[in-house]
Design a protein around this ligand. Structure first.
Ligand code: SF4
Ligand code: MG
Length: 336
């Protein structure tokens, strides 16, 4: 049977003055209710574009989309703006990186949580206000009755992030997309917010897509992991599998450059040399090959000429991984 969210061979292209940008280039994944998928990659990897496309928030005039996005059996790629608007905030919702951009400074916190609830449920003003107070309590705002009429500037950064989560969850969305939800917060508040998301997921049973550049964030929060590079998925598996035995050189690079996951604190972080390729003119072959240290281990110059594909299930899109499937080999060449 089909997954709750099923993305198949998704391609997203923008026309710009300089040419066509292939922002997402053949992406497939599944997500079940109650599960969290972490999507990890550097900026420009296509992770944010993928999720804006799922939500229908792309610019329809300049964007070409092919492939399929099915949410609970409904195809979203050919849904009308009206249908998408109805789904947004109701069946699917988004948590942004910066609460200040999502919350209006001119309206009270309570009103901003109550409005989408009224819009999607037809509740009365009183019911919606009660619901806003309830949601503020759920996200851990102390004395929500006293704070419901506060304006965003009266909340701390962490409280604003919680208020935005309350706003996103007020209609019990079945799919929640969180794009770098904790990047702007300090480490302690970050952990609290991630715990909160997990608790709320238990209560509401939502499917969550957690977009981040930080593997440390997904390590304790996500069930499955998709590593994206240059608009493609390069590695997929359960978080446990991927973190225990990462199989793609790009994932090794990400792990080596993460302060939060470093096994030995004395070991210096090693940023991945080079920069992600331009998506106007992506390299032929493996998109990572201009930065990869392991191309010499693959015969016949395949890295520069042949695009490695991502198999189903636990997989890495890498000629090396394909040639050397044995775990023993992967473990001896992977850094650390
Ligand atoms: Fe590196 Fe080649 Fe694997 Fe790409 S296919 S990640 S260039 S070894
Ligand atoms: Mg982004």
């Amino acid at each position: 049977s089909e997954a709750f969210l099923s993305v198949r061979d998704l391609r997203v292209r923008f026309s710009t003055e300089d040419g066509i940008v292939k922002a997402v280039d053949g992406l497939s994944f599944d997500l079940e209710r109650g599960k969290t998928l972490g999507i990890v990659g550097e900026s420009g990897s296509g992770k944010s574009v993928t999720n804006l496309t799922i939500l229908g928030l792309h610019n329809a005039k300049t964007t070409e989309i092919t492939g399929s996005i099915k949410l609970d059996g409904q195809e979203l790629t050919d849904a009308s703006q009206k249908q998408l608007e109805r789904l947004r905030g109701n069946k699917m919702a988004m948590i942004f990186q910066d609460a200040l951009t999502a919350l209006s400074p001119y309206y009270t916190i309570g009103r901003q949580i109550a409005e989408p609830f009224r819009k999607h449920t037809g509740a009365s003003k009183k019911e919606a206000r009660d619901r806003a107070i309830e949601m503020l309590g759920k996200v851990g705002i102390p004395d929500p009755k006293a704070r419901v009429d506060d304006y965003p500037h009266q909340f701390s950064g962490g409280m604003r992030q919680r208020a935005m989560i309350a706003m996103s969850l007020v209609c019990n969305p079945e799919l929640l997309i969180a794009d770098e939800p904790t990047t702007a917060l300090d480490v302690t508040v970050q952990a609290q917010i991630l715990d909160l998301l997990k608790d709320l997921q238990q209560e509401f049973g939502s499917a969550i897509i957690l977009i981040t550049h930080d593997l440390g964030v997904v390590a304790n929060t996500a069930d499955d992991l998709l590593v994206m590079y240059a608009g493609r998925a390069v590695e997929r598996g359960s978080v446990r599998e991927v973190l225990k035995a990462p199989a793609h050189p790009y994932t090794w690079g990400l792990l080596g450059s993460m302060p939060s996951l470093s096994s030995d604190v004395d070991e210096p972080l090693r940023p991945i040399p080079g920069t992600p390729p331009s998506l106007l003119n992506p390299p032929i072959g493996c998109p990572f090959h201009p930065r990869c240290e392991y191309t010499g281990l693959v015969g016949g110059d395949r890295c520069a000429s042949e695009r490695p594909l991502l198999a189903e299930g636990r997989a890495a899109a890498c000629h090396l991984a394909e040639e050397q499937r044995q775990q023993v080999f992967i473990e001896t060449i992977q850094p650390r």
